[in-house]
Design a protein around this ligand. Structure first.
Ligand code: ZN
Length: 136
């Protein structure tokens, strides 16, 4: 076990012990990473390679089919929550299918800088509120 493994094992133990203090996951990428560590994923990249995420992608793609914002063919599953239930895949209401263009415009500002998660979340909620398939 090298230093990185020992650090990861220690972090996982700390987070398991402090389960009651798990953040809601909807404030920052740091909260997301804390929840992922609690679930046993050392990084978001590791999570995106997991069976758990592949299952979420399948469920969301079957449900949405097209981009939930503009209606063209969808290609990207977009989180706007990183709650424990969302990351586990037991609640996929805050994961939606988007086209590449809509996804980029939510994740990056017009200057090409990555947005903070709270901004991404708020913009996503606003954009989805205008989803024509949701109106009566
Ligand atoms: Zn779109």
């Amino acid at each position: 076990m090298d230093a990185a493994d020992r650090w990861l094992a220690k972090k996982k133990k700390e987070i398991r012990k402090s389960k009651k203090k798990l953040p809601d996951g909807n404030r920052s990428y740091r909260q997301r990473d804390q929840i992922l560590l609690h679930l046993g994923f050392e990084s978001y990249g590791a999570y995106l390679r997991s069976k758990a995420w592949k299952r979420v992608v399948r469920l969301v793609s079957d449900r949405d089919v097209v981009c939930r914002i503009c209606g063209v063919s969808g290609s990207v599953c977009h989180h706007f929550s990183y709650s424990l239930d969302t990351l586990k895949g037991s609640d996929i209401t805050e994961v939606v299918l988007l086209c590449g263009g809509c996804h980029l415009s939510l994740e990056f500002n017009p200057n090409g800088r990555k947005r903070r998660f709270l901004e991404v979340r708020n913009l996503s909620i606003q954009a989805l509120a205008q989803d024509p398939s949701r109106t009566q």
